[in-house]
Design a binder for this molecule. Structure first.
Ligand SMILES: NC(=O)c1ccc[n+]([C@@H]2O[C@H](COP(=O)([O-])OP(=O)(O)OC[C@H]3O[C@@H](n4cnc5c(N)ncnc54)[C@H](O)[C@@H]3O)[C@@H](O)[C@H]2O)c1
Length: 334
């Protein structure tokens, strides 16, 4: 039983993989908020003990203060704009849209209506990465010269998901672009990317890429290197390293347990946690708590629309770089 004093009244649009995680967190672990209504075009499997309706009804619902948007990417900007017009605050999953022009239009509407808009860059709330960021911010790494990010999924999503996702850079690497900006605290001026299709299957069918190496150059010539794959047979591979004039720090994969088994043929330990739902559970909870708190306290959200635009700018530049097989300077500006 939740206390209803000052609870933020939330509606959730899209109850698929990520929507279910946010739903469960808000319902069971964030007493300061309540799920008033959910909306999904597929009614099968929706929770029975909460109101359902279409997205327009949900956004217009007079009791709803804030909307959590977890529907496919190509629906985000229209829903965010409708929420803004209705004065509803928004937590929107990444990315905001597949088109930079559309993202800019949406951010304009958000500003006009003065709502809070938070982007779902959950990795900023992961305790491991927060620790690295603190080491950087307190000068322990010195002048940071290089960030290395490995980000590999255990298996590609469905063809249908891939087709509406905007491709690897806008769908998956966008988290790494945001992480590079977050850890460095600097802006990217140039992107150089190479990509291939090596896993076949759903990715090839959807006309996407599944393997990429991206180098980013920041405004002070420091760099980041990101490697991605849609298919790592050993699970979700999420590692990060920062290197600078005073030292190096890195984050290894989280595992379900820390045992190490030595035997006559070698040494073995548990595989990494299998996917984002396992690896980043706590970060999803922490980011949603931060959103609820920001709206309730009328404070700026920790990850805003401009972060969404900047990560998307890098993603689009990476795509152009692959097409041209050359470095691409970032246009910059909002
Ligand atoms: N932050 C993260 O780590 C993270 C992880 C996964 C997905 N995402 C993002 O979340 C979004 C959803 O991804 P997912 O993996 O949950 O996808 P999904 O396919 O599992 O779920 C999407 C849900 O939206 C519903 N839907 C489809 N069209 C709709 C519409 N017009 N209105 C309302 N509901 C609609 C579908 O029926 C489905 O239940 C994507 O934008 C994706 O990029 C973010």
């Amino acid at each position: 039983m939740k206390a209803n004093f000052m609870q933020l009244k939330i509606g959730i649009i899209g109850l698929g993989r990520i929507g279910k995680i946010h739903y469960s967190h808000i319902r069971h672990q964030i007493p300061e908020a309540e799920v008033v209504m959910v909306s999904d075009v597929d009614k099968n499997g929706l929770p029975r003990d909460v109101k359902h309706g279409n997205a327009e009804e949900l956004i217009a619902h007079p009791d709803i203060d804030a909307v959590v948007i977890c529907s496919p990417t190509d629906t985000h900007s229209a829903y965010v704009e409708e929420c803004a017009r209705r004065g509803k605050h928004v937590f929107c999953e990444k990315p905001l849209d597949l088109s930079l022009a559309r993202i800019r239009e949406t951010l304009k509407v958000v500003r006009q209506h003065n709502i809070q808009l938070m982007l779902g860059f959950n990795r900023r709330f992961d305790a491991n990465f927060v620790k690295l960021k603190t080491l950087v911010d307190t000068g322990k790494i010195g002048d940071v010269q290089l960030v290395k990010i490995t980000s590999r999924d255990p298996a590609p999503p469905s063809v249908a998901y891939l087709k509406s996702s905007g491709g690897l850079f806008l769908d998956m690497t966008i988290h790494d672009f945001d992480m590079a900006r977050y850890v460095m605290g600097k802006e990217v001026k140039e992107v150089y990317a190479a990509a291939s299709v090596l896993t076949g299957g759903a990715v090839a069918e959807a006309g996407d890429i599944d393997t990429a190496v991206v180098t980013l150059k920041f405004e002070d010539d420091s760099m980041a290197v990101i490697d991605n794959s849609r298919k790592a047979v050993y699970g979700y591979d999420q590692r990060l390293e920062v290197f600078g004039s005073k030292g190096m720090a890195h984050v290894e994969n989280n595992k379900p347990d820390s045992h190490v088994y030595y035997h006559e043929e070698g040494v073995a330990s548990a595989l990494p946690l299998h996917f984002f739902m396992d690896r980043y559970t706590t970060s999803y909870l922490t980011e949603m708590k931060a959103f609820v708190r920001s709206v309730q306290e009328k404070q700026p959200v920790p990850v805003g629309g401009s972060d969404g635009l900047k990560a998307a700018l890098i993603a689009v530049a990476a795509q152009q770089s692959v097409e041209k097989n050359a470095p691409v300077a970032l246009a910059g500006g909002e």
